[in-house]
Design a protein around this ligand. Structure first.
Ligand SMILES: [Zn+2]
Length: 436
């Protein structure tokens, strides 16, 4: 018996709350139902609102029959609740009442509204090849405050916000009717509904592809390098990716992020350099990697994509990864002839040698002056001609390698030039290996 009492108490509470609200505020089924969102299960808010109003009609009808309610009060409740109270009022008093528009939503919320928005959003998402989406809603402060007026009246514990209802109902429809997947973690796009202006906007997340690249030619910069309105180098890696991938992905723009960078005139050989390609605002997201890798294999540049990357990877590339050790191959010209023994002692001297290096003069205009301490681990040399040798240098990432050859007028010390006491010129530079 005790259990029945508790249930009675619960329903009395619900009707008390509903009557208190509807005396004061006109509310549609959705907005009244939201006040009781935590009651019942597998119900939509308009079903809840309608159920409460229907039972309220039972109750008021018996009060009217017993003449234990004021007619004006019945009228106010009917005007604020609408159907089915207006129906009852018409039947009893023979008067047609026009219900007031909902205090919170102005009667905007309806199943039709949700269907219409879901269809518009699904159409928009299909234009961008998006399968995983998120819906957001923006409402004005006025709407928010009106909602709070209502909820404050009855307590916030059991209610749901209007934003939440719109997001949930439309998200569900897009999933069930159009087969797209709501994704709260990593959506491919987010659609924002402006509830007041009745407009939609879409934020397309980029496609991030992870892979490696090789520079088979020289004088290719990472990003286009424009000086006084003129391209300083004929080609850049970013341009390469835009040329090769823009059409496939029908993208607005492609941005290139690499783990560190080699000099413009250095080739990137060996195992290639890790990178992420960011495809902005693509209209095609799902492309086979075979197709992509085929167009990325050209005479000048080659790249191989392994799969999708995360934002964290870019951060890692920009930070930690760029400090990993590298192997360079440098062709060096000496102003005076060299003896093979000199090169042997150079190899010995630079074994695990600490190098102090001020920002190279050639980049001082772009980067601020700073002293770096880096280490050279191993140097291997081959004398190719009296005045020409090749050196393999295994060193810390971030070491400026050309400077370790010529010394940069004493700004890099020790240097090959300083050690051999000869003027040296690095002619060609290649990156041939990097730690991962
Ligand atoms: Zn409403």
């Amino acid at each position: 018996m005790e259990k029945t009492n508790i249930e009675n108490q619960l329903y009395i509470n619900i009707f008390e709350k509903a009557v208190n609200l509807l005396r004061k505020y006109p509310l549609c089924d959705h907005c009244l139902g939201r006040v009781f969102a935590k009651h019942g299960v597998e119900l939509s808010n308009d079903e809840r609102g309608k159920a409460v109003k229907t039972i309220l009609q039972f109750h008021i009808y018996s009060l009217v029959k017993n003449k234990s309610i004021d007619i004006d009060e019945v009228k106010t409740l009917a005007i604020n609740a609408g159907e089915p109270l207006t129906r009852m009022y018409r039947k009893i008093f023979g008067e047609e009442l026009s219900p007031k528009p909902c205090y919170i939503c102005g009667n905007k919320l309806s199943r039709e509204y949700y269907r219409e928005k879901a269809s518009m959003i699904a159409e928009l998402l299909s234009q961008y090849d998006v399968k995983r989406f998120l819906v957001g809603v923006s409402i004005s402060q006025d709407t928010l405050f009106r909602e709070l007026d209502v909820y404050r009246e009855v307590g916030l514990e059991t209610s749901e916000s209007i934003k939440n209802e719109i997001k949930r109902e439309i998200g569900k429809l897009i999933r069930d009717k159009y087969g797209l997947e709501p994704d709260f973690e990593k959506p491919e796009a987010m659609v924002i509904i402006d509830f007041e202006k009745d407009t939609l906007s879409i934020n397309i997340n980029p496609v991030l592809l992870e892979g490696r690249y090789w520079k088979r030619g020289r004088n290719i910069s990472h990003v286009p390098w424009v000086s006084k309105g003129v391209y300083k180098y004929p080609y850049s890696l970013e341009q390469f990716f835009n040329d090769q991938l823009s059409q496939i992905y029908r993208a607005e723009k492609i941005v290139f992020h690499a783990s560190g960078r080699e000099d413009v005139d250095a080739r990137m050989l060996g195992d290639g350099r890790p990178m992420v390609v960011e495809i902005k605002k693509p209209r095609v997201r799902n492309t086979g990697l075979m197709v992509v890798n085929k167009v990325l294999d050209t005479d000048l540049v080659k790249a191989v994509i392994f799969g999708e990357a995360s934002r964290l990877k870019i951060k890692y590339f920009k930070g930690e990864a760029s400090k990993k050790r590298k192997i360079y191959k440098i062709l060096v010209y000496s102003e005076s002839p060299l003896d093979p023994l000199e090169l042997t002692s150079l190899e010995n001297y630079f074994n695990n040698r600490v190098i102090k290096q001020y920002t190279p003069k050639r980049i001082l205009r772009r980067k601020r002056e700073r002293l770096r301490t880096k280490k050279v681990y191993v140097v291997k040399t081959v004398l190719l001609d009296k005045q020409l040798f090749e050196a393999l240098v295994y060193c810390d990432g971030g070491l400026y390698v050309k400077e370790i050859v010529h010394g940069d007028d004493g700004r890099t010390t020790p240097s090959f030039s300083e050690f051999l006491n000869k003027k040296l010129y690095p002619i060609e530079l290649d990156v041939i290996g990097m730690e991962i």
